[in-house]
Design a protein around this ligand. Sequence first.
Ligand code: CP
Length: 304
Amino acid sequence: LRHLTTLENLPRATIERLLDRAMSMRDACAHGTRKLDLLTGRTVLNLFFEPSTRTRTSFELAARRLGADVINFDIGFSSTSKGEELYDTLHTLEAMHLDAIVVRHKVSGTPEELVRHAMSGVSVINAGDGNRAHPTQGLLDVLTIRQHRPNFEDLSVVICGDVKHSRVARSDVHALKALGARDIRLCGPAALMPDEDELPSCQRFTNFDEAIKGVDAVIMLRLQKERMIATDLPDEQAYFEHFGLDNRRLALAGKGALVMHPGPINRGIEIASEVADGPQSKILEQVGNGVFVRMAVLGEMLAR
Ligand code: CP
């Protein structure tokens, strides 16, 4: 794997290899190894044009645990604020001999643009572009599911919320399909559902009580207000009534269904605290798996 810009069309074998590798990283860390030297002498740049807590921190931690040097590029204090073009920034940073750029950007397709314009052979990893893809989130989500429900041929999953603006939903669907998930359901207000041809072969619902019936995993999404125009914003109380996950609704899912959310969560808007903090919640487990998945991806791409 040279770059990771999307999970779309990534072969099942590659996804499974990365998940297995993430498990090996987890086992190494569980046995007390705090630092591996797989990437000694390598340099990873975090280039985040949008805010992040989980992805940026876990990429940094993952790279450091593998022995790499990490640069966290501070956009606010960079020459981007003086009008420098993205490609001039790229070439300037490449001249410092980087091995990988982890990029997040509001414009869909930016990671591929960086791959096209890179001059040094640097690896590009997508940490989220627009509403298009968030491949390491997709990987950590299926890793979390696999730990509890290893047989994907029997798996039924609902992804509920602002699916239209969600790069997580797209990468989750690509990963779930590649692994052979039996039943993938999308649910949300009609105005927040993507076009059919964008995410084909998924069941679609606008009634959450129907969509959640019997599923093995519920992936909740936040309203991506930053990608909506003000007139599209639903009333938050009405939204919670129709699309929020509380204990009553969770009881309609399969027994012990996994509750997941990529974060950040908005309590009382898409998820009640009784569920987010409840016994079926895997939300913090997802965060922990994010480090192992990012170790796996960096190791696969950069280890000599
Ligand atoms: N899930 C996710 O991408 O979270 P952050 O925006 O905090 O990185």
